[in-house]
Design a protein around this ligand. Structure first.
Ligand code: DC
Length: 219
């Protein structure tokens, strides 16, 4: 069977991680979480004391970094940051560095190198629009703001899992606004993406829907 490139985009808390991971496992594909890349760069900039708006310095850091995002394990320059990047502080740092065009250029190039051979499920905000505009399958996952806040508030891998629902909803709304209004590669639905609203939908139903699309495209 042909090894596909599957792009999954959408806002925070839409279920991208769970769906991408389950799909990759079922297909024997690699799962690449590109949000984790922006988070790791935000973490390392903070660790090195680099201001998050110093575009040149953050882009240089991203260019030089030994960045590994494999499955759920994330490391940068020898630091295992798998847990550390899921904090409310790094939520903000990642959103800040994701605004910088030169940082995006560097990370998009890395993402293309990771996925070019196919056999990959890549999740993010601009995978179907910018990173792989010719991806074999493009999914845009969404859910109501309330449901996304509820899911994120219950996410124990994320420190916001210990914060109140209202604080989580406010933080998600702020990041959504930044991600959809930034000048470069804002979050938008690719014209040829299949839009799935996962509000109230059990995970296995979403996976089945996506698997049907994958089977159609790979035959
Ligand atoms: O998916 P996430 O919450 O881990 O993403 C962290 C930040 O990075 C968020 O502000 C969106 C941004 N991002 C992006 O701009 N482009 C991507 N391909 C992935 C994430």
């Amino acid at each position: 069977m042909r090894k596909l490139i599957i792009a999954i985009d959408g806002p925070s808390g839409a279920g991208k991680g769970t769906i991408a991971r389950t799909l990759a496992q079922a297909l024997g594909y690699r799962h690449i979480d590109t949000g984790a890349m922006y988070r790791a760069i935000g973490w390392k900039a903070a660790f090195d004391g680099i201001p998050l708006d110093d575009e040149r310095a953050v882009a240089d850091l991203a260019q030089r970094a030994d960045l590994v995002v494999e499955g759920d394990v994330v490391s940068i320059d020898g630091h295992d940051v798998t847990g550390a990047i899921r904090s409310t502080e790094i939520d903000k740092a990642a959103t800040s560095v994701a605004r910088l065009p030169r940082v995006r250029e560097v990370l998009v190039a890395r993402q293309r190198r990771c996925g070019e051979g196919g056999g990959v499920v890549m999740e993010g905000r601009d995978i179907g629009t910018v990173v792989f505009p010719t991806a074999d399958v493009k999914i845009y996952l969404d859910a109501s703001a309330e449901e996304r806040a509820r899911r994120r508030a219950g996410d124990t891998a994320h420190t916001s899992g210990r914060a109140g629902r209202e604080a989580v909803a406010a933080s998600i709304a702020a990041r959504d606004k930044a991600d959809t209004t930034r000048a470069v590669s804002p979050l938008t639905v690719a014209a040829d993406a299949v839009h799935i609203d996962t509000t109230g939908m059990p995970i296995d139903q979403v996976v089945e829907k996506v698997m049907t699309l994958v089977r159609q495209r790979s035959s």
